[in-house]
Design a protein around this ligand. Structure first.
Ligand code: C2O
Ligand code: CU
Ligand code: CU
Length: 494
């Protein structure tokens, strides 16, 4: 209680009233008023806590071809909002999640034990893995001590991956409550570049949350009150940086929120990569858009600022009228310190992308949901997810073009495929030949009415995988489907 009063007092705009519990309850200017039992986001002091940097998890054993890890999924206490302790779901008690560093063509083997009270399925997002280790929605690790060993071959180029729960009908809440981790896969192509590295290469997870007045996370499907923005698990933290170049690997780990990130002085960021690793060449951007699940790899040169400068990473994504700009418009504060030696640079050529290949199959997919709010149903091609139904049969080795359209007029969606990294050929009829979407992608944004054309080649493994909207609340409501890759699919087609 004392802690709560302290937090409320430090808040900015205290135009509050005395609530039923005799405590100061700040007024909420919202069309969907918060319950009195909510913690008012406006009362949370911004930029007073340091942003944690994710910790690299060490393997318990290493062979010439593989690294072995153990992780326990369990609840833990985290300090997210100053003055409060919040119960979260974690891997190994880490919040933000642990960081695994992997190298292409060296296996990573993770034995997962689930000590949570709910089943879980661990999916490595962006990875090219056999079905048995994909963390499919129904391939569950039982609650209360179940175990499963996941093997990741890493037989793919470098990529900015992450892992998270995917247990159908649990994933939305469990991911929201924290069950996520970072997985940076590197390879010689990336390693030989002189990019900022070591402590100057920082993974940053973005998410959002809704707290009750005891500082506990409130979860409700489709909740519109997740207006506390978390960066690496802290509400509106600051990050102390040296006046030099940093590589910031941004991950949108939120369930539903679209971010458009820019620096408060409007200055340029160099985007060097996206989901599936580096772009062919860096692109200068003033903002970075990230739908849920997407990643952006950017280099920011803080040497252009005098020591003592404070700069805010802002979110300029369209806001609903009931979302205060003071909250969802601000993400993270950079505090620029003294200069530090910097031999890093961003080369004009970063990598060569794999050849596109010739597509032999065209398919189309329509994403839709009831926007009236009358039902919660969400669909792909008019059907809600059925774990027992195979929606799309793909011939092993085939290269296909998938045209995906968001048929909704108000609701944004996005589209994520397991197993493959794809290329975005077109957005709304315009070819994508350069810029942030020109690299390898596994998740692509679809604003209302938008259409994208994607190309993927289905090699490596036969098996059944999912594709879905990565707004987890939508996937849980049915916006997900199965594709099955088999050699037999080709024979059937011919
Ligand atoms: Cu990141 Cu199927 O998900
Ligand atoms: Cu995935
Ligand atoms: Cu969606």
């Amino acid at each position: 209680m004392i802690q709560r009063r302290t937090v409320l007092k430090t808040g900015a705009a205290l135009t509050g009233t005395i609530g039923s519990a005799g405590l100061l309850v700040p007024a909420v200017a919202s069309s969907a008023p918060a319950k009195a039992a909510d913690l008012d986001p406006a009362a949370i002091a911004q930029f007073t806590q340091a942003m944690p940097v994710p910790k690299v998890l060490q393997p318990y054993s290493v062979s010439s071809t593989a690294s072995y890890y153990r992780m326990t999924m369990k609840e833990a206490d985290a300090q997210i909002v100053p003055g409060f302790t919040t119960r979260v779901r974690t891997f190994n008690g880490s919040f933000p999640g642990p960081l695994i560093k992997a190298v292409s063509n060296r296996r990573v083997v993770i034995q997962q034990t689930n000590q949570l009270g709910v089943p879980a399925s661990v999916h490595l997002h962006g990875a090219h893995v056999p079905e048995s280790s994909d963390g499919a929605p129904m391939d569950l690790v039982a609650a209360g001590g179940g175990t499963k060993t996941y093997t990741y071959p890493n037989s793919q180029p470098h990529a900015n991956m992450w892992f998270h729960d995917h247990a159908h009908h649990y994933e939305s809440e469990t991911v929201y409550r924290g069950l996520t981790g970072f997985y940076l896969l590197t390879d010689p192509v990336e390693q030989r570049l002189p990019l900022p590295s070591g402590t100057y290469d920082v993974p940053i997870a973005l998410s959002d949350a809704h707290f009750d007045d005891a500082g506990q996370l409130v979860y409700a499907m489709g909740d519109r009150l997740r207006t506390v923005l978390l960066t690496n698990g802290k509400a509106w933290p600051y990050f102390q940086v040296a006046a030099r170049k940093y590589r910031l690997r941004l991950f949108n780990m939120s369930n539903m929120r679209f971010f458009t990130l820019k620096l408060s002085d409007g200055s340029v960021l160099q985007q060097i990569g996206s989901d599936g690793g580096l772009l062919e060449k860096p692109v200068e951007v003033t903002s970075v858009a990230l739908s849920p699940g997407e990643r952006a790899d950017v280099v920011v040169d803080f040497s252009r600022y005098p020591a003592g400068t404070r700069l805010v990473l802002e979110n300029t994504a369209p806001r609903r009228p009931d979302e205060p700009a003071e909250q969802i418009g601000k993400v993270l504060q950079f505090r620029i310190g003294a200069p530090a030696a910097d031999s890093s640079s961003v080369p004009a050529a970063l990598r060569t992308l794999p050849a596109l290949g010739t597509a032999t199959v065209n398919r189309s997919f329509e994403l839709s949901m009831d926007e009236t709010g009358a039902t919660a149903d969400s669909f792909i091609n008019g059907k809600a997810y059925d774990m027992d139904r195979v929606d799309t049969e793909v011939e092993y080795g085939a290269t296909e073009i998938w045209t995906v359209r968001n048929t909704n007029t108000r609701m944004p969606h996005n589209f994520h495929m397991h197993l493959v990294q794809f290329r975005v050929l077109e957005r709304n009829g315009s070819p994508v030949t350069s810029g942030p979407e020109s690299g390898l992608k596994d998740t692509v944004s679809l604003l209302p009415g938008e259409t994208v054309k994607l190309q993927a080649t289905f090699t490596g493994y036969e098996g059944t995988y999912v594709y879905h909207c990565h707004m987890f609340d939508h996937a849980a409501m049915g916006m997900m489907a199965n594709f099955r890759v088999t050699r037999a699919a080709g024979a059937a087609r011919r």
